[in-house]
Design a binder for this molecule. Structure first.
Ligand SMILES: NC(=O)c1ccc[n+]([C@@H]2O[C@H](COP(=O)([O-])OP(=O)(O)OC[C@H]3O[C@@H](n4cnc5c(N)ncnc54)[C@H](OP(=O)(O)O)[C@@H]3O)[C@@H](O)[C@H]2O)c1
Length: 323
């Protein structure tokens, strides 16, 4: 089968397109003919061998998110999920999705939402599930609360803005540059702050009458930790899901206990928790309350261009790959 893969870590030139063996589904899996997938930041890390991704076994076909048709079903999967049938159009969270065929566990395979095409659906699972789990299951955001979504132009952030808005929260987001600020407001944020030019904590305080936000979704790490933490009100909930710009942070324990805040990681949720999160998000998508924001779409053959765009951060939302 045709696939994008790497045999070693490095620059854009290590990305190859060529033949790789077609994967076989296990008893609780489905095999999907992939029509679309997407790029997540972790694929850049895997290619570079950065952020702890150096030892990924090679050849490595990246891609967790896929939308396409089921071509094979494991016996256990067919018994547990009778709605999953050969020929059914689905969206799934699995592995090796930058290829013509990929395997996903049945528990993470859902019917294609009727209002989406394959490219739109493929932009959802990883970024969307992460934002939903962070805000709904970890931060437990509630209507009327103020929420800070850091780097709202990222895949995770673009879903975070919309999920918080759909929950009835007032959404403040941070982005780099004027163009992204306009897109963030269009996506549903009530206020957007330029995180490279403005004092984020001071602006958040000003926007919340001096109080700070009830919840923060941050996946940038070191670069934003201090301002994100300072932007929280007492008893605020902070969720980290990533370390794009550094994994170390200094924590003032006195501020932690006097503020009474909660610090959460997204963790490695089990399949049932993941199904609940992605299923919950797909319900919002079907209702039209959340939509995947696609910045650009590339045929799989042009995956190097997609990586280059992601590295530049000059995009808002998701970068899709089509087959
Ligand atoms: N835990 C999980 O299961 C899970 C799942 C999904 C993602 N993640 C992690 O979450 C992070 C986001 O993933 P993604 O795919 O959504 O990433 P993405 O779409 O590539 O977006 C990353 C964004 O981070 C912002 N950024 C980079 N450096 C920054 C800095 N110094 N200060 C402020 N913002 C900065 C950039 O936005 P601006 O141009 O606006 O600055 C960039 O667009 C990644 O680290 C990823 O590995 C974790």
């Amino acid at each position: 089968m045709r696939a994008a893969y790497i045999e070693t870590t490095g620059g854009l030139d290590v990305l190859k397109i060529g033949e790789q063996p077609k994967p076989k589904p296990g008893p609780n899996d489905v095999l999907i003919r992939v029509h679309a997938s997407c790029l997540d930041r972790v694929h850049v890390y895997a290619r570079e061998g950065s952020h702890g991704m150096k030892s990924v076994p090679k050849p490595y076909i990246a891609g967790q998110d896929m939308a396409g048709e089921i071509v094979e079903i494991g016996a256990g999967a067919a018994a547990t999920y009778p709605d999953l049938k050969i020929g059914a159009s689905v969206v799934a969270l699995g592995g090796g999705a930058h290829a013509e065929f990929a395997v996903a566990p049945a528990v993470m395979t859902f019917p294609l939402p009727p209002n989406l095409d394959f490219a739109q659906a493929a932009a959802i699972p990883t970024a969307g599930r992460t934002a939903y789990q962070s805000l709904i299951h970890r931060a437990r955001i509630a209507p009327g609360e103020d929420v800070l979504v850091v780097a709202g132009g990222s895949g995770v952030g673009s879903f975070g803005i919309q999920i918080a808005r759909a929950t009835g929260c007032r959404v403040i987001t941070t982005v780099g540059g004027q163009e992204k600020m306009a897109k963030a407001l269009e996506a549903g944020a009530h206020a957007a702050i330029d995180h490279y030019k403005e004092d984020v904590a001071a602006r958040v305080k000003a926007l919340t009458g001096g109080a700070g936000v009830h919840a923060v979704l941050d996946h940038v790490g070191t670069a934003t930790w201090e301002s994100s933490f300072a932007a929280m009100r007492p008893f605020g909930r902070f969720v980290t899901t990533g370390v794009t710009a550094g994994h170390k942070a200094e924590l003032h324990l006195g501020q932690l206990f006097t503020k009474g805040v909660e610090l959460h990681g997204i963790g490695r949720p089990d399949p049932a928790q993941n199904r609940k999160a992605l299923g919950g998000l797909l319900t919002l998508v079907e209702r039209g309350q959340v939509r995947p924001i696609i910045h650009a779409s590339f045929p799989l053959e042009k995956i190097a261009e997609a990586h280059q765009l992601m590295e530049s951060s000059a995009f808002f939302g998701k970068i899709v790959l089509t087959l």
